[in-house]
Design a protein around this ligand. Structure first.
Ligand code: HEC
Length: 206
């Protein structure tokens, strides 16, 4: 059946031709130095300006447009560096860039319990459930170093993680400060100097 044979040969040759022209462009390590024939351009070429490039279109000759005055980032007020980064310039924030209220503390307790207690434990000693399941390097938040750590650095630890601790960037900015306020309360609960106790409690001590 010579006709059928020619048919298969034809399909084969056509297949090779299509592959050769339009097909494989090589893997990462075997790229052709010449651009491929563009049978299907696949949006390879799109009119656009690269960052920092010039453009004759705008009066100032720049393709990149300046922000419209008053533009703020989606997540935080741009003028409030301390609140958004835990830093002022190259220094950590000490204290809180938000008012520390009973409400903030309650929110902090709730968010701490949701986000942190699984590892650091309800009281912050580092005995959360994750420890029982093998996460043995969880730090106690009552170490002197962490009691003295600037609030901004703790903020940074929540935002970016540190060492074996992952980052928690999804926690909202105000909630991070709320959590830090609660961490401070936990720390204080274990280390308050006797002369700072309310008189009633101090009387109990003696
Ligand atoms: C999955 C477990 C886990 C969770 C959840 C977790 N941490 Fe940690 N955290 C760790 C571990 C582990 C370390 C010790 C990191 C290291 O030194 O390698 C640590 C260390 C820290 C430190 C000390 C960092 C330093 O400078 O040594 C702080 C502060 C801290 N965590 C705060 C928090 C807060 C606040 C939360 C909740 C938003 C939180 N962590 C949630 C595991 C966790």
């Amino acid at each position: 059946m010579p006709i059928l044979r020619f048919f298969f040969l034809g399909v084969f040759v056509a297949g090779v031709a299509v592959l050769a022209i339009a097909g494989l462009r090589g893997t990462q390590h075997h790229r052709f130095s010449q651009p491929p024939l563009e049978v299907f351009p696949d949006m390879d070429r799109q009119p656009k300006f690269k960052a920092q490039s010039p453009s004759p279109f705008f009066a100032d000759g720049r393709a990149g447009r300046a922000e419209i005055p008053g533009t703020v980032p989606v997540e935080y007020p741009a003028d409030h560096e301390a609140l958004a980064t835990g830093r002022i310039g190259d220094r950590w924030v000490t204290g809180f860039p938000v008012p520390v209220t009973a409400e903030l503390m309650a929110r902090g307790k709730e968010r701490y319990t949701i986000n942190c207690a699984i590892c650091h434990g309800d009281t912050g000693v580092g005995n959360g459930m994750a420890k029982q399941f093998g996460h043995t390097t969880v730090a106690s938040l009552h170490q002197e170093r962490l009691r003295e750590m600037p609030e901004g650095e703790i903020f940074h630890t929540i935002a970016k993680g540190r060492g074996n601790m992952g980052a928690y960037p999804h926690i909202k900015l105000e909630d991070r400060w709320a959590i830090i306020a609660y961490v401070r309360a936990l720390q204080m609960s274990q280390h308050v100097p006797a002369d700072e106790l309310p008189p009633k409690t101090r009387a109990k001590l003696q």
